[in-house]
Design a protein around this ligand. Sequence first.
Ligand code: F6R
Length: 605
Amino acid sequence: MCGIIGIVSNKSVSASIIGALKKLEYRGYDSAGISTISNGQINEQKCTGRVDNLEKILFQNPSNGDLGIGHVRWATHGMPNQINAHPHSSEVVSVVHNGIIENSDKLRKEFEKKGYSFKSQTDTEVITVMLTDFLKKENLINCIHKTLEKLEGSFALGVIFKDFNNLVVGARRGSPLAVGYGHNENFIGSDSYALKSMTNKISYLDDGDFCILYKEKVEFYNSDKQKINKEIFELSNEDNIADKGDYKDFMSKEINEQSATTKKCINEYLDKTRNEINIYNLPIDPKKINKIRLIACGTAYHSCLMSKYWIEEFTSIDVEADIASEFRYRKVKLNPNDLYIFVSQSGETADTYAALEKCKKNKVKTCGIVNVVESSIARSADFVLPIHAGPEIGVASTKAFIGQMIVLYLLTLKIAKERNDVSVEEYTKLVLDLKKIPNLIEETLNKQKNIQVIARDFINAKGTMYLGRGYSYPIAMEGALKLKELSYIHAEGYAAGEMKHGPLALIEDGMPVVVLAPKDRFFEKTISNMQEVIARGGKVLMITDDTSETTNENIRFKFQIPKTNSTINSFLLTIPLQFLAYHVALLKNCDIDKPRNLAKSVTVE
Ligand code: F6R
C-alpha cells in the first residue's frame, strides 16, 4: 500500500527510481511522483495514474540529480489527484510516505496557527511542514527525531533535504522499509523486491528506527537517537525471478505456476527418504497445545478457515479462525497454552502484524506462515513456516493461497501425528495422497479452456453466489472474493445450507450460481441445495469430481476436477474458480494485475 524508493548515488538516479517504482506499482497505482536535488534545488514532478505517465513527463523534462525519492500512491487521505500525489515538498525538504498519520488534523491546525499553509488534502504534508519548521532551529538528527516523535499512526518515510545534498533519510513505524547496499550507492525501498535489481544485500528497519543513507555508508538510529547496527541479509538469486515470461499478465503466470510451487513447497517439508513431514521445534509441544487460533486477512483468512476444518478433522485440538482486523481489538482471552498462527503472503499486512504484536506483548506462542521470509511478520513470530511460492505480483492472491493451504495442511498432519490423533498408517496414507497434489493441480490447470466458455455467462450478471458445504465452503468464499476483486461483479460465498435462511431470495431467473459439489459426505445435501437454486431460475456451474450423468439434468455447466481424497479436493476446486474470475475480468477488460482501488501488501489499517 504505497511504494517508496530512495537512492543516493554517484550518478543520476531518476532512471533507477522509475525502474524501482515500476516494481513497486503493485502496492499502489493512483498516482506517482519523484523528487531529486539538482542545481541546489528540490525538483519535484508528479502525476495521476501509472508510473508510465511519470516516465513520459520525465522524458520531456528530465530530472537530474544523484539523489532522490520516488513514490507510487494508494490514496488514503485526499483524492488521487496530482496535488495529493507524493512527494510533498517545501522549499527545503521533500517527503514520500506510506501509512496513515492519525493525528494529522491536529498537527495541521497546530502548524496553521504558526502561519504555515497546506497545498494538499493529505496527512503526509504535515510531515513536510514539521521537518521544515524544526530545520530552522535543530540539527538534522534532532529535526528528524522531533518530527517522528510528534507523529501518531503508521509510516515508512523517505526524505531528502535541499541543504543536505549528499543524503537520503528513511524512517519506519508500522510500515515496512528495507535498506539496500550498493557500490557507491545505497537505497531505501518499501520491499526488497523493488531493490533486487540494484542489490542483493539488504537490512530492515525495525519500528521506531530511522536511517541516513550516504553513497558510501548507511547510519542507523533507534527511537532514542542512539546509533545502532543492523544485520545484513543476502537475498537468494531464486527470488529475483519475477517477470511475466510469455504470459499476458502476472496472474495467469501465477495460476499456471501452482503445480510447480506446490511441488517445491511439499519437497521443502517432506523428508526425501521417509514419508515424514519435517516440521520440528514448534514453540509449544504439539501434545500440549490447548487450542489453535488462526489469524489473517482476506484470502489468507480463507486459508485459515480451510485449515480450521482440517484441524477439527484430524486432531483433538479446539480451533478458531479470526479476521485480524477484528482480533486485534477484541478482548480475546490469550492463553499461554494456545498456539497463535498468523498467515500472510506479504508478511506486512498491518492488521495481521498488529494482531501478532498483541500476542507477542502477552507472551503467548506465535507462528508465522508467510511467503516473504524477510517480512515483519516472519521476523517477529516465534516460529516461521515459509510457503516457498516465489514472488507473487498479481494483486489477487492465487499461488500464495494454495501455498498457505499446503503448509497449513502439512502442519495439521504433523500435529495430528505427534499427538497420536491419527495412526501411523493413516498418517502415511495422508502424506502419500498429499504428494499427488501437484500432478492433480496440473491436470486441473490443463482444463482452463472449459472455463473460458463458461465465463461469458457471468459478464453481464448483476451478482452471483458461490455455494459449498464442509471443506468446500471456505473455497466458495475465496472464489467469490476472486470474482469481485477482479471483475467488480458482486459475489457472495455462502454455506449452501444457509441459503434458505435468507440469500435464496436473491436468486432470480438467469442468475449465475457456482456450486462446489465434490463427492464427499455432503454431496447429496449440496445437490439438494443446488436443485433449490435451479428451481428458482439460477444458472448453475457445478464443480465436482462426480462422474455420474444423473446430476447433469438442468445444470448449465459442469466442470470436472480429478478424483482424490476428499480432504484435499479443496486444492483442486480452487483452480477453476481462479480461472473463472480471471476470464470474466479479461472479457470485461478489467486490469487483471492491478484491480481498481486495491493494492498488494496492505500496510494501512
Ligand atoms: C485477495 C488478496 C487479499 C490478501 C489480504 C492479506 O486476492 O490478495 O485479500 O489476501 O490483503 O494479504 P497478506 O496475505 O499479504 O497478509
